[in-house]
Design a protein around this ligand. Structure first.
Ligand code: ASP
Length: 421
């Protein structure tokens, strides 16, 4: 058994864990929750690696390119992230209009105190908080954007040390560079070990989700689930497929090389937690070089959430329909604008998108406050959040990888050998 486990291909094992988990979860139902710690262990192991991976790789990445080039990579990456998110939310709205989930439910009549007063953070504050007041606290707390911000400065400073004319400073710079380079390599060794545990973790995570919510997702909210998943798949095939093709990549090869990260995102429901695996796939299977991915992937795991944007589009329409006040065209334009911002502000952790959905609902005049019908409709969506979160996180991470490949191509930072067969 032990032998079989370690000799079988990792992806095959993970897929077995995935399917078996879903089946066992559906069959056993809620009592399956006893195995939840096995899933949590996997997620914790991944999270353990995130901060050091970001810090080590980004410092080395920023130290390896000129600030001007880093700026150019940054502009391209952020531009593509924003553009794809805007398309994603539009697609979510289109699917929402086509499927009209919630139409005819008229939840307004039955609304009773389903309380959920959750504050969405303000945009200005979110932007200001990118600058850490104490970088060590940022590292200790795992604030990804703050770590990125500081690591870029640190890396650029390091690159200046390396070209210094003073021998003492130059050798200190070289030593530091080797230190961070070694740190990054060590972290990737650990990622490989953690992934050996992935099949068991995946099994537990999926079994618990299906045991708890499987039946519900296939019940009255099936249309919401279907609309979200169809939009996610369309976005993958049409938007990423198109972008990749335009840049000379094949979507099928891309999926094959990135599926470890996609599955990890799907089951862990956290872009941030998946980051070490995302980096491993992009570097090890797609041949993208460090100057691009060390910046684009941590950033993407934090701000690029196309799956979340799609989910927001569908769910806003569901809620509006369910309470019998369908959204006007102008309101839907408003949704596009706010959902792009909300998806940027969404943290790459499980369930974060559901909190940011509140911001979008506020913007279209449907604030979720105690006793309102929209609070009830929102609570219904929350009931199946895990199922929706799996798909949207999978797409979030896929989007980070797709944009990274595209930017890498334009910067000549991808090894063509990796795409040969
Ligand atoms: N769980 C998602 C992610 O980590 C965020 C969300 O809840 O939409 O990417």
């Amino acid at each position: 058994m032990f032998d079989w486990y370690f000799k079988t291909n990792l992806l095959v094992r993970i897929l077995i864990g995935l399917v078996a988990g879903a089946v066992v979860g559906l069959v056993v139902g809620p009592p399956i929750e006893v195995i939840e710690p096995l899933g949590s262990l996997f997620v914790r192991l991944l999270q353990m690696i995130v901060v050091p991976v970001i810090f080590f790789t980004l410092v080395v990445g920023a130290a390896s390119v000129s600030p001007a080039r880093l700026g150019r990579i940054g502009v391209k990456t952020v531009g593509l992230y924003l553009a794809t998110s805007a398309v994603a939310i539009s697609l979510g709205l289109i699917m929402g209009n086509v499927f009209s989930p919630g139409r005819g439910m008229d939840i307004g009549q039955v609304a009773e105190g389903v309380a959920r007063d959750v504050e969405a953070p303000s945009l200005v504050q979110t932007l200001l908080e990118i600058v850490p007041t104490n970088p060590f606290a940022a590292i200790a707390e795992g604030s990804v954007l703050q770590i990125i911000f500081f690591a870029i400065f640190f890396g650029i400073g390091l690159s200046y040390l390396q070209i210094s004319e003073t021998e003492r400073i130059k050798s200190a710079g070289d030593l530091m560079f080797r230190f961070f380079d070694g740190g990054a390599e060590i972290m990737f060794k650990i990622v490989g070990w953690v992934l050996q545990y992935a099949p068991i973790g995946v099994f537990a995570l999926i079994a618990v989700v299906f045991g708890r919510q499987g039946a519900e997702a296939f019940g009255p909210l099936a249309i919401v689930t279907a609309a979200v998943y169809i939009a996610l798949i369309l976005h993958l095939v049409v938007v990423y497929g198109g972008l990749l093709k335009l840049n000379g990549y094949s979507l099928v090869k891309f999926i094959k090389r990135g599926r470890e990260a996609m599955i990890t995102a799907f089951v862990s429901r956290s872009s941030g937690g998946t980051l070490p695996v995302t980096i491993r796939n992009v570097e090890g299977n797609m041949g993208v070089k460090r100057p691009v991915f060390s910046f684009s992937l941590p950033l993407g795991a934090t701000i690029n959430m196309d799956g979340t944007a799609i989910y927001m589009g569908v769910c806003v329409l569901f809620i509006a329909n369910a309470i019998g006040i369908p959204l006007t065209g102008a309101q839907q334009v408003m949704v596009v604008l706010t959902a792009v911002l909300a998806s940027i502000g969404t943290a790459g952790v499980p369930g974060a998108g559901a909190i940011m959905l509140l911001m979008v609902l506020n913007a279209v005049g449907l604030p979720v406050t105690e006793g309102t019908p929209q609070a009830l409709a929102y609570a219904m969506i929350l009931g199946i959040d895990a199922i929706l979160d799996m798909g949207r996180t999978g797409l979030n991470v896929t989007g980070d990888m797709a944009v990274t490949c595209v930017v890498a191509k334009s910067e000549n930072e991808v090894d063509a050998e990796f795409w040969k067969d």
